[in-house]
Design a protein around this ligand. Structure first.
Ligand code: NAD
Ligand code: MG
Length: 333
């Protein structure tokens, strides 16, 4: 379509046969080529775009599988369209099997990046689908299962990603543990420790291992949460890890800014992912999940994919230490 348009203009110009006319019209042609013509999409109402509560009560053992959720989450499998924004980049995404990590993995691959994903061995079924989707996008896909609560594994994960991708320039620390507890008295030391290890220690270990490989222009992205600013009563441990995540994003952006490495965060509101159906929410909250937001529904991972792309895009070169939110109308980043 683009070629056809350009060609017909060229034909018109050559018909004029004047070099002056070519010089005058050439910038117009360039501008046209840059704004690649795409078919108009109909406007979509965000309140009716995706399922609304009430949802079916459902519980899976942690860490849960997207493939077993009802309704199935949308990670952009059928909808995300790339335009070469991350061509040649090499990305590592933790929790890349499902939820926001999967949406980011699909989008990154369709934008031209090679992608390594980490996940727990129990999530192999979800991970296989993501690996297939990355390959379908024509990109290199690397699967590195393993438990992020282990420092030695976090180091191996980065080394393996660098080796298999042939370098690294985007690191997305997205994996997290969320297990709700009504009372602090029900929260064991093991629980507390597992949440801290997954949500705080793992990004610390991964960033330390990745840093020697990251060149100026690289990007680190963390998934934080609306919980960082507005913690729920039953997420005592999880919410404080998200406050810490937003905080490390800002601190590290200051530290790494002079080295040309950008550090930013994504802050989701309630999003329809396995984390919520495998102990992250009570069944009572799950049934009405997202219903209290101005958009009247939870978000879908696909609705955050473009934010992960934007923060990694070299065009966003002045954005560092920022947290971009997607909360359906409630909350603060
Ligand atoms: P998800 O369950 O799809 O993703 C979380 C992932 O974390 C899992 O897929 C799993 O692979 C990984 N993980 C957990 N423990 C691990 C461990 N020990 N080792 C390796 N991997 C481990 O759910 P999600 O909602 O997409 O979560 C992604 C991020 O979004 C998390 O940081 C979460 O805190 C954040 N978030 C989610 C919501 C929401 O409502 N779903 C809201 C705000 C923030
Ligand atoms: Mg998962």
């Amino acid at each position: 379509m683009k070629e056809k348009n350009t060609l017909s203009r060229r034909q018109v110009i050559s018909g004029l046969g004047a070099s002056l006319a070519v010089a005058a019209v050439a910038p117009v042609l360039d501008a046209e080529a840059a704004s690649s013509p795409v078919a108009a999409e109909p406007l979509q109402d965000p309140t009716t775009k995706y399922p609304k509560p009430p949802f079916k009560s459902q519980q899976q053992p942690w860490p849960g599988l997207a493939g077993k959720m009802e309704p199935q989450p949308d990670h952009g499998e059928k909808t995300y369209k790339g335009s070469g924004r991350l061509k040649g980049r090499k990305a590592l995404i933790t929790g890349g099997d499902s939820g926001m990590g999967r949406a980011a993995a699909i989008a990154y691959a369709r934008e031209g990046a090679d992608v390594a994903i980490n996940y727990l061995p129990a999530e192999e079924a979800d991970a296989k689908e993501v690996i297939a989707l990355i390959k379908q996008a024509g990109q290199k896909a690397v699967a590195i299962p393993g438990d992020l609560r282990d420092e030695a594994f976090c180091k191996r994960l980065v080394e393996e990603a660098v080796k298999q991708l042939g370098g690294l320039d985007i690191v997305v620390n997205n994996a997290a543990r969320q297990q709700q507890r009504q009372s602090i008295l029900d929260l064991s030391t093991e629980d507390f420790d597992a949440t801290m290890k997954t949500n705080i220690y793992a990004p610390f270990w991964i960033i330390k291992a990745a840093l020697p490989h990251l060149k100026p222009g690289s990007a680190i992205i963390g998934t934080t949460s609306e919980q960082a600013m507005d913690p729920s009563a039953n997420l005592y441990d999880y919410a404080q890890t998200k406050a810490a995540t937003s905080n490390y994003i800002r601190s590290l952006a200051k530290q790494l800014g002079p080295k040309g490495i950008r550090v930013n965060g994504v802050a989701p509101g309630p999003i329809w992912t396995p984390l919520q159906v495998s102990g992250g929410s009570t069944q009572e909250n799950l049934v009405k999940f997202g219903g209290d937001k101005p958009l009247g529904r939870p978000g879908q991972p696909a609705e955050l994919a473009s934010i992960y792309v934007q923060l990694a895009d070299p065009g966003a070169s002045y954005a560092t230490g920022q947290v971009y939110g997607a909360m359906g109308g409630g909350g603060l980043p």
